[in-house]
Design a protein around this ligand. Structure first.
Ligand code: G1P
Length: 297
């Protein structure tokens, strides 16, 4: 994809408490969906949208993520000796996907702080942010992922832009929620305010942030000067409000399927959806699902 956006920041420093004990010594981003870790789907989405440099924001106990994208000498030699060349190619492809840069977030001060940690690497370019436990899968090969829709929007407007999605009223308190206005372009909305995890009463709409963003570097200035917000954390959404008011922020809906793989139910759903998309698993899984559904009252 032809894009001005070459760098993507993937915050992956969270402790993964929702998946304990599985995440006690395995980063949640490495939990597998079928045979690929969650983070690989996220990195593949970034690459598909034209990203070349992946900047992981990692924390203690997360070095396995970097290792996953690095060479594994023993394993590759073993596969070569056993003539398992298909597997060898898959492993080689993973490490050749992108330039991997890793930045440590030494204190868990919030998502806004995690993104700010990337400032020295991003410099003065516009950049993407993809949350490391959210998966967005294009409906088919011709359709866009969430990030590709953002790249298209950015290329047209050169304004900071975020994915938005409509959620149930019962869900607004789980997300950043935006106040928005229509624009002349049907696919783009003007965002006027962003509220982190509001109560339903205080929610400016039912449009939520699913974890895909493109920012102009101006967002770093706002992040640098923020005081802790909701839950005493440096909130990305607070910087987004300032960006919206001072420089403009757009919202773009998307057609792709999105799963919150950092949530148990979302993780199971992603496994089923992606399992059904695999030709070698499709029939067996479909049969099992139909039989199982018929047995549920
Ligand atoms: C974060 C953001 C929130 C966003 C959400 C998407 O919250 O702070 O604005 O809507 O990701 O999943 P978290 O889920 O990390 O609490």
């Amino acid at each position: 994809m032809n894009s001005m956006i070459k760098k993507a920041v993937i915050p992956a420093a969270g402790l993964g408490t929702r998946f304990l004990p599985a995440t006690k010594n395995t980063p949640k981003e490495l939990l597998p969906i079928i045979d690929k870790p969650i983070i690989l789907y996220v990195v593949e989405e970034a690459i598909k949208a034209g990203i070349e440099d992946i900047i992981f924001i990692s924390g203690r106990g997360k070095h396995n993520i970097e290792d996953f994208f690095d060479i594994s000498v023993e394993l590759e030699l073993h596969l070569k000796q056993k003539n398992q060349l298909d597997l060898l190619e898959r492993i080689e492809n993973v490490r050749n996907l992108a330039n991997i840069i890793s930045v440590r977030q030494k204190k868990a001060l919030g998502l806004g702080h995690a993104v700010l940690c990337a400032k020295p690497v991003v410099g003065k370019e516009p950049f993407a942010v993809l949350l490391g436990d959210e998966i967005s899968i294009a409906k088919d090969e011709q359709s866009n992922t969430a990030l590709e829709s953002l790249v298209e929007g950015y290329n047209k407007t050169e304004q900071s832009i975020t994915s938005i999605m409509k959620v149930e009223k019962s869900e607004v308190s789980k997300y950043g929620i935006v106040a928005l206005e229509k624009t002349e372009d049907e696919s783009l909305f003007k965002i006027t305010d962003v509220v982190e995890k509001p109560s339903l009463q205080n929610a400016p709409s039912q449009y939520a942030l699913p974890g895909r963003y493109i920012f102009k570097p101006s967002v770093f200035q706002f992040l640098e000067n923020l005081k802790p917000g909701k839950n005493n954390e440096i909130q990305l959404t607070d910087a987004m409000t300032l960006e919206a008011k001072k420089n403009g922020l757009l919202g773009a809906t998307f057609d792709a399927k999105r799963f919150d793989a950092g949530d148990k139910l979302g993780y199971l759903m992603a496994n089923i959806e992606l399992g059904l998309q695999r030709p070698e698993l499709h029939e067996g899984l479909k049969k099992f699902l139909i039989e199982t559904v018929n047995k549920i009252n």
